[in-house]
Every structure is written in C-alpha cells, then in structure tokens.
Design a protein around this ligand. Structure first.
Ligand SMILES: [Mg+2]
Length: 176
C-alpha cells in the first residue's frame, strides 16, 4: 500500500492571490520545493486538491486554473508527473457540492483507486475546509500558517488533534 499526501494549492503551495487567473502571478511559498522533494523521496504519492469556486462564479475558467497549475509545476521544477492525480472542484459555495472541500469524496475515491494506506495519508491546507475534508475522510489533517490563518488564528479555532505548522516544509520535515 502507498502513502499519500493530499495538498491544497492556494495558501499552502503558492501564495493565495484570490481567484488567481494569471500564471504570471504564481509565487511559490518558501520551502515548498524541498518539502515536496522530501515527501517524494519517502514514497508519498502526491495529490493536488483545490477548491476553485471562481470557476463556478464565472470569475475565471478551468483553463485559467490549468495554466496556473502548469506555471506552479514549472516553478517547482520537480520530475513529472509531480501529482498522481489532481482534483479541481469548480463549485461555488452556494452551488451543490460535488468534490468541493470539505467533501471527502476525492480523498475517499483516491484512497480506493490507488490502494493508499489510510494510516499514512494526510490532507494539508490553510483553511477549515481542508482540515475538515481530511477529517471527514478519516485521514490525518495538518494546518499551515501560510494562508488564511496564522498560529493564533488556528489556536482560536481549537481543532483537536490537528497539528499546526508554520509552513508546508515544517510539516514535510515530520514525515517518515
Ligand atoms: Mg487554500
């Protein structure tokens, strides 16, 4: 069985620019390259799991999101394919959720499809929806402080059993 990391994009791997549609605006969060390299070297399969409600709201298109993803992968400079699978949830918050976090559907389906060991899977993200998706899928959930919340913000949310890290790289350093 394989180990799996489910990774939020905005605020976790790249700076959250809110409805980013221009690939030129992609900025990696420091330490992400080394963190991803470490996870890969330890045998983790990587899955990108991103809510992109700007599609559902008509603010940008799926093609825009794909171009931003491509630019992110270009900046990361890691061997292809970097992600075993990618889920882009296009629903806005007032549309019926299909894959939109906190739905665990993508994680649950991916665990089955790739025979992942649920005891060695994590969802990592910067918002409550990321954490809740991981918890709903009964895998580990880890919070980072490079997006919506700083450490005090996460502490105020008081999510029991959810470790909080300054950034993805500190999380990745704990992987074995
Ligand atoms: Mg995010």
């Amino acid at each position: 069985m394989s180990k799996g990391l489910f990774l939020d994009r905005d605020g976790t791997l790249i700076l959250d620019k809110h409805y980013l549609a221009d690939p030129a605006g992609v900025e990696l969060i420091p330490g992400v390259v080394d963190g991803l390299r470490r996870a890969r070297s330890l045998g983790y399969k990587l899955f990108l799991f991103t809510n992109q409600s700007g599609i559902g709201r008509g603010l940008h298109t799926l093609d825009d999101v794909l171009r931003v993803n491509a630019r992110m992968e270009e900046l990361l400079g890691l061997p292809h394919p970097l992600f075993t699978d990618i889920c882009i949830a296009p629903e806005s918050s007032d549309q019926p959720p299909v894959y939109r976090k906190p739905s665990p559907r993508f994680i649950v389906e991916t665990i089955a499809r790739h025979s992942l060991d649920v005891t060695q899977c994590w969802m990592v993200g910067d918002r409550e929806g990321d954490i809740q998706a991981g918890l709903n899928a009964k895998i580990g959930a880890a919070a980072v402080c490079t997006g919506k919340y700083d450490a005090a913000g996460w502490a105020a949310l008081a999510l029991p059993g959810v470790p909080v890290f300054p950034s993805f790289s500190e999380f990745a350093a704990t992987l074995r």
